[in-house]
Ligand binder design. Structure first.
Ligand code: SAM
Length: 250
């Protein structure tokens, strides 16, 4: 990346971060140069800034977890419009903790658990709960493996859903800095982990539950077929009018 390709608003944000780091509004040249060098090296702006807003909470973001995407922020809006008063919420593949923490902020009376297979992500999610002064239980777990209970009435999952073959086509910022195991959904159609989650929900007999899955629209029909034992299944669109979420209730 060369400096001409960095938009002005990004340069302004780097300047503000440099001022914050140096503690001076005028003497921040050294800090600015090093932040600019990181950006020119394709590091995502959010990692350089260290914090980002997500819906109404503020999150620390770094290489331990994926940077939350606008589609996931809009998923919060979709859930808020559909779900009234959940008592026990599970966020599968919590990453930075964005979904769990934001849902705890919206549904203060609910018990919220976030799980992730990555110990780094769990560490970051715990820091983010403390940052927002919200009580969320984070557990390192391969899907339901280490979960002590399974009586959730709302399950939300933004699990990896990019087919392994498509990973190499991602932007260099993503490839060089974000944890790729947070995106790689496996061979063929990238639905392996989501399919495993659906079968574990069946095996554990989780009933009276509402489920939201963030998905790749190309493979929505495949996933919907697996939800044939649900009373209601709906495909929902994101802000770009793309099929992006599956809602299921039983
Ligand atoms: C697409 S990222 C989503 C992170 C966060 N929820 C968000 O929306 O920004 C997927 C997350 O699922 C986690 N993950 C992948 N396989 C998993 C598994 N088998 N069990 C639990 N978490 C898993 C990854 O470590 C990663 O943090």
């Amino acid at each position: 990346m060369d400096i001409k390709s960095i938009p002005n608003h990004e340069l302004e944000r780097l300047k503000q971060k440099a001022q914050e780091l140096s503690g001076s509004k005028t003497d921040f040249h050294t800090e600015y140069s090093s932040l600019l060098a990181r950006r020119l090296n394709n590091e995502p702006l959010q990692y350089i800034e260290e914090f980002m807003p997500f819906y109404t909470v503020q999150l620390r973001v770094d290489e331990r977890a994926l940077i939350p995407r606008p589609e996931t922020e809009y998923l919060i809006e979709v859930i808020k419009n559909k779900v009234k008063d959940p008592k026990s919420i599970l966020d599968v593949g919590t990453g930075s903790g964005c979904i769990s923490i934001m849902l705890k902020s919206l549904y203060q009376n609910a018990n919220v658990t976030g799980i992730d297979i990555s110990p780094n992500a769990i560490e970051l999610a715990k820091e983010n709960a403390i940052l927002n002064n919200l009580d969320v239980n984070f557990i390192e777990s391969d899907l339901f493996e280490n979960l002590p209970e399974n009586n959730f009435d709302l399950i939300v999952a933004n699990l990896p859903y990019i087919p392994t073959n498509d990973i190499k086509t991602l932007d260099i910022e993503v490839l060089n800095f974000e944890p790729l195991n947070a995106l790689d959904g496996g061979n063929d159609d990238g639905t392996d982990i989501i399919k495993n989650l659906i079968s574990q929900i069946n095996e554990k007999d989780v009933n009276d539950v509402e489920i939201f899955l963030e998905i790749d629209s190309r493979f929505s029909e495949k996933i919907i077929k697996l939800l044939n034992n649900y009373e209601e299944v709906e495909l929902l669109k994101d802000l770009a009018d793309k099929d992006r979420y599956i809602y299921a209730r039983r």
